[in-house]
Write a protein that binds this ligand. Structure first.
Ligand code: ATP
Ligand code: MG
Length: 478
């Protein structure tokens, strides 16, 4: 990754930076804070973005807008990533057409969102997001509300549909490197916030006053951690300083949005680096409070940190190999020890048998977790199954091993078992046994199971139910 970035930076540096640009003044301000938009054109021979890496559908959308008399640019992360020689995750288009006007131009256009209205244009599996230029909320009334925008006392933006010019729009974006616009007409990159220079330096700089920008939308703090991890950038000191004190503001964000952000951080191939940044910036706690409490406990006697790190390494490796990953596995691993510790407490203090104790612990841990990151039900069901399988995997006698292997969550459960073992949990070689068992032929499988011995204690014969006298039975029985 470092190589890619250094290549990319070389590429950017090799373009003649200052002399060829058409800007008038490219230094931000003495404090480094970007508060006014100053247009600078980066020509094609400078930015060297090859046209064949630009998404055809995004270009189609931008041309369609321009043909209809509006402005249309490719903007944000896609331009940032192309300048860094990275493959963009998605392509966004910005325009001065209002969402309703833009939606009308596209047969496949759909108006979406309330808090932030935009248009989705779908081409098969490809989705292009078309956003109208946004302006700041300065023009609002004293109570922080007008027809199109709404901001609460803490500065949090509740509705963001105040439209403006491209300059306004640039200043409303989060980081300078995310405020670069590609114009398909002249093939230039328009830079209004000195993002091109920051990109060359590998710096993430919040546009405007970082403190208020994080208060407007605390998710920007998670985005800082994510881009620092993904791009291997440093966060400018003034942009980093407010993060730790403001981290608790993330608790006000809708858990469904935080779940999406958590996945972007942990399932985009940079989970290890993202976790490092989240911890460094004290942002892991608002996402996984129960886990952080344990991580901070000096008497913790389970290898939690190691399990989390290994789960992230494993996820990054799988994504690098283009293998699938599921949030269920990741969350099952992250929350395994909080659940196991709670289960042990229930067994010890309430004398519950292990399985009901696990079910109860799972209920408690998951219902606490969804207050931070909403976990869709399809995933939480799988998480419970993966955990339940951890209790079943040691019980392999008779036909059980073969039956377990056929269960839908076996593979994920086996992977979690291996992670637990490689993280330092003592499981008497159970992971290796399952690895060998899966590779063994039917005869060896029989031998492996037979050599386990009887294992479980024989069950006590059930007591025969004594028939109650007829008159005591409920009326429905007859
Ligand atoms: P990636 O797609 O690689 O995750 P991105 O920067 O493209 O990164 P998106 O979520 O796709 O991120 O957003 C597209 C653009 O919209 C960003 O580059 C940024 O300019 C702007 N943006 C997104 N979220 C915010 C936000 N919370 N505050 C301000 N601007 C934002
Ligand atoms: Mg994007």
């Amino acid at each position: 990754m470092l190589k890619t970035i250094s290549n990319a930076l070389c590429k950017v540096f090799s373009s003649k930076p200052k002399d060829q640009s058409t800007d008038t003044d490219e230094t931000p301000s003495n404090s480094g804070m970007i508060t006014v938009a100053k247009k600078r054109l980066i020509t094609e021979d400078q930015h060297k973005i090859s046209r064949r890496y630009l998404d055809d559908n995004a270009l189609k959308v931008a041309y369609r807008l321009q043909d209809a008399g509006y402005e249309g640019y490719l903007v944000g992360g896609c331009i940032r990533d192309l300048l860094l020689d990275k493959k963009p995750k998605d392509f966004d288009v910005a325009t001065n057409a209002h969402p309703e006007e833009a939606a009308e131009l596209f047969r496949r256009g759909r108006l979406i969102g309330r808090r932030f209205k935009l248009v989705h244009v779908r081409y098969g599996r490809d989705l292009i997001e078309v956003a109208t230029f946004r302006a700041s909320h300065d023009s609002q009334t004293e109570d922080g509300e007008n027809e199109h925008g709404k901001q609460c006392d803490s500065g949090l933006i509740l509705r963001d549909n105040v439209y403006g010019t491209i300059e306004d729009d640039a200043l409303r974006r989060d980081f300078t490197v995310n405020a670069l616009y590609y114009c398909p007409k002249d093939h230039c990159v328009y830079d209004f916030a000195n993002g091109y220079e920051d990109l060359k330096k590998g710096v993430l700089r919040m546009i405007g006053d970082p403190d208020s920008r994080y208060k407007e939308d605390p998710v920007r703090m998670l985005r800082a951690a994510r881009f620092a991890a993904k791009l291997d950038f440093t966060i400018d000191a003034a942009s980093e300083d407010p993060i730790r004190p403001l981290a608790p503001m993330l608790k006000r964000i809708a858990p469904a949005r935080l779940f999406d952000e958590a996945l972007k951080l942990l399932q985009s191939g940079h989970a290890v680096q993202s976790y490092k940044q989240l911890q460094r910036l004290e942002l892991f706690e608002p996402l996984f409070p129960q886990v952080q409490v344990l991580l901070d406990d000096p008497h913790l006697n389970v290898p939690l940190e190691s399990l989390i790190q290994n789960a992230f390494k494993n996820t990054d490796r799988r994504l690098a190999q283009r293998k699938s990953v599921t949030p269920a596995f990741l969350f099952a691993a992250i929350l395994w020890y909080p659940t196991q510790l709670r289960m042990q407490t229930l067994i010890r203090e309430q004398r519950m048998p292990p399985l009901p104790a696990l079910h109860e612990a799972a209920n408690q841990v998951l219902s606490e977790q969804v207050r931070s990151t909403a976990i869709p039900r399809r995933f939480s069901t799988s998480i419970r199954e993966i955990w339940e399988m951890q209790l079943r995997l040691p019980r392999r006698q008779g036909h059980r091993a073969l039956r377990l292997m056929e269960m839908p969550r076996f593979r994920a459960a086996y992977d979690l078992l291996l992670l637990r073992e490689s993280s330092g949990e003592q499981l008497d070689g159970l992971g290796q046994w399952w690895t060998d068992f899966q590779n063994a032929n039917p005869e060896s499988k029989d031998n492996m199971v037979n050599s386990l011995g009887k294992g479980d204690k024989p069950r006590r014969p059930r007591r025969k139910k004594t028939k109650k006298p007829r008159q005591e039975r409920s009326g429905n029985d007859s």
